[in-house]
Design a protein around this ligand. Structure first.
Ligand SMILES: Nc1nc2c(ncn2[C@@H]2O[C@H](COP(=O)(O)OP(=O)(O)OP(=O)(O)O)[C@@H](O)[C@H]2O)c(=O)[nH]1
Length: 500
């Protein structure tokens, strides 16, 4: 930091001394010193660019390009003086560069720089800014050539126009500083905003002094914003910049407002240039409005796509949360919810539901003799067979836990549920899953049945307890069978399903 500051002091002193010695601000030697100060500013910004993480590199690069364009603009003026540019080509080129300098500044102050922004939006902004640069050039050249050039009022219009542009650029950067939530972005807008503001003030003073003839020291004014830029870009950022945190609402409002600033600024510019260049101003102004509309349309369509993707993943997540990961059927949470809804529906409509609790017989022995992997595969097979054997699509087949399953049969009477239970026992038999440790030699299930009645509570716990109790009886009574709750009388006990 010490070396650049020392160099800067040498250059600033040299500028003043050379201007004093030459007696003119526009003399070539002092202007060369000024160009070196600008080169230092571009180098300082470029150093920041190289040190920044990739997401924030582009704005620093744009700021460096803006300084380089100013440098190019001043170099063209120096060259015109050295060559004694009689045809005014170099002066015209300087005017073009003064217009182009606006582009990177506007771009860095109005872009959102988010990765989600569609590429088409960046292209539209760039296109609009190129049109603005062309308009500014056209406007300046019309005013400064031909009959209007002799009129002092023309010069005043150009100066006022330039001031309006410079102060708007500074204002845009400062507004972005107030809305930046990340410290790195705040630091960028702080540096850019301070530079653009001082640049606008200096240009405003310089242009007004120039109208009455420049004193020898006036050129040093142009060094001020560039000196500031070197100091700000190389120095440690001030502390308040770290502690300032805009709220999310403020930050979002400013970020979404930035593109409107660009269009508004272009339309205002077009209104003021339309007095001299009516058709080009009208074209650029209309494009600003049209491009803003297109930008909103592009962003909205991208947001609809994002929303759709979010909805899909939320739906997938919901499915996963309510599913048993091994068998893919509903899990205990979904069962509780589905059973409660079925009970409420039954109570409201009088179309009662039934519940089957299903348990695989001797499953511990199955695991012990064939291993847990085979046990898992067996659970998947049983779950598939139960799902295929349900009566209605709305019937809920769930894994209750371990080797226990449950089925909620909507609008199903006790008699119909008994019929379903019988069918399920047969369906598992038909799977013909060998079970060496089972007396039957193949896998079987036992079922406990509970049917909803007028008095059944809507809370699923009591119905689950009833069905579980019936299941316990089915196990006790020999397995491979079903029992219905409330039929404790052995004569009412339902027959072995295989004999049904
Ligand atoms: N492979 C596998 N086994 C499981 C899983 N969940 C529970 N089990 C096993 O299931 C067996 C259940 O055993 P028990 O509760 O004694 O019941 P059972 O052997 O079927 O006897 P009964 O129900 O009386 O016929 C235990 O050995 C558990 O380890 C699972 O996800 N995968």
């Amino acid at each position: 930091m010490r070396l650049p500051v020392a160099l800067l002091i040498v250059l600033l002193t040299a500028h003043l001394a050379l201007a004093y010695a030459c007696g003119r601000a526009e003399a070539v030697p002092p202007q060369l010193a000024m160009l070196l100060v600008q080169a230092m500013a571009a180098w300082a910004v470029f150093t920041r660019y190289r040190r920044s993480p990739s997401l924030i590199r582009l704005p620093w690069l744009l700021l460096a390009v803006a300084v380089l364009m100013q440098m190019l603009w001043d170099s063209t003026n120096v060259l015109a003086t050295v060559l004694g540019d009689t045809d005014g080509y170099l002066a015209a080129l300087a005017t073009v560069l003064s217009g182009l300098y606006v582009i990177p500044c506007m771009f860095m102050s109005t872009r959102s720089f988010t990765q989600h922004e569609p590429r088409a939006v960046a292209v539209l902004d760039l296109l609009l800014l190129c049109m603005v640069a062309a308009l500014v050039y056209h406007f300046f050249t019309t005013l400064l050539s031909g009959p209007l050039a002799a009129d002092p009022a023309s010069i005043q219009v150009v100066v006022a126009q330039a001031d309006a542009i410079d102060f708007s650029l500074a204002a845009m950067a400062i507004v972005r500083l107030l809305g930046a939530r990340s410290f790195r972005w705040r630091f960028f807008y702080y540096t850019a905003g301070a530079y653009l503001l001082v640049n606008a003030i200096v240009a405003c003073i310089y242009n007004r002094i120039e109208m009455h003839g420049l004193p020898w020291w006036a050129g040093s004014l142009i060094d001020v914003p560039h000196t500031l830029l070197v100091v700000l870009a190389l120095r440690q950022p001030p502390r308040w910049l770290r502690s300032y945190h805009p709220s999310l609402a403020v930050s979002q409002t400013i970020a979404s407002f930035a593109p409107i600033l660009l269009s508004t600024m272009v339309v205002m510019l077009c209104i003021s240039t339309s007095r001299i260049n009516f058709v080009p101003s009208l074209l650029v102004g209309a494009s600003a409005v049209l491009f803003y509309g297109l930008r909103v349309a592009f962003i909205q369509s991208r947001q609809i796509d994002h929303q759709r993707a979010i909805d899909q993943s939320a739906w997938r997540l919901e499915q996963q949360v309510g599913r048993d990961p091994l068998t893919g059927i509903a899990n205990r949470t979904t069962l509780d919810k589905g059973l409660r809804e079925a009970l409420e529906e039954g109570r409201r409509t009088g179309r009662f539901c039934s519940l089957l609790m299903i348990d695989i017989d001797y499953f511990k022995q199955y695991n012990d003799s064939l291993g847990h992997i085979a046990g898992d595969a067996c659970l998947v097979q049983v779950a598939g067979a139960l799902s295929r054997s349900r009566v209605r699509v709305h019937d809920l087949v769930a894994r209750y836990g371990g080797e226990e399953f449950a089925i909620v049969l909507i609008d199903t009477s006790r008699e119909m549920a008994q019929e379903v239970a019988r069918r399920l026992i047969v369906a598992i038999e038909q799977l013909q899953i060998a079970h060496p440790a089972c007396p039957l030699g193949r896998l079987s299930i036992s079922i406990g049945l509970a049917a909803q009645a007028e008095h059944t509570p809507v809370d699923p716990v009591s119905m689950l307890a009833e069905a579980d109790h019936a299941l316990y009886r089915a196990k006790r009574n020999g397995r491979n069978r079903f029992e219905a709750a409330g039929e404790d009388d052995p004569s009412a006990s339902l027959a072995d399903a295989s004999s049904a």
